[in-house]
Write a protein that binds this ligand. Sequence first.
Ligand code: DC
Length: 242
Amino acid sequence: MTGISIAIDGPAGTGKSTVAREVARRLRLAYFDTGATYRVATLWCMREGVDLANQDDVTAMVETMNVRLVLDPRNPRVVLEDEDVSSLIRTDSVALTVSKVATNLEARAALGRWQREIIASEVAGGSSEGRGIVSEGRDITTVIAPDADVRILMTADEEIRVARRAGEGADLATVREAVLGRDRKDATVVSFHTAADGVHTLDTSDLTIEEAVQAVLDLVTEVRGDDAGEGGASSLEEPGIE
Ligand code: DC
């Protein structure tokens, strides 16, 4: 029996990562944050002193980098050259640079091949005992896994997304520019503001995380024709994947 493939796309601040991770945890699926592949590629290039404007050099680095991803939704990790860089890839220096890799079409193709392999391997068995995978990003429902069993585009009002990203005391104008500016750059190469055919739109503007999680579980139930939502909720305390 093959596992389920759930794909979730959307811009920053929609709750996509939190929801995707929680859905994976409840359904005991692998959790794949594809943004982490762009971030770790960026960190690797920065460390190796590669000129990020040189598309061929960046692509060569992406194709040869030694990265292992731990897809456990309870503790997802990114390991670069045997070093756990899960926190490092979230730093401002990476966040401010990652668009250079994300807008490099050759590098996208290379990362896309890797992402497809990971998804196929989890659907076929992999670390999640054949149960499947929840993948989230910007182009998963359209380019990477258009054949996923459940495809969702998460959206939310711009001001709400900005407010969600604004930390305590953070200057709202700076956060606004960071969130919307990155959206603009990302949107030059992938379309993630309107749902493609067959992709469900989930507007989280007025939803709590729990409501958004339930909405995704309901869609999974609908597609699978079973009690994924109920069973998932009751398996909260059970051990997940390693
Ligand atoms: O979701 P995130 O902030 O971790 O994403 C990091 C960057 O990678 C961001 O600029 C968007 C880009 N990205 C992408 O282009 N395609 C994906 N599937 C995932 C992320």
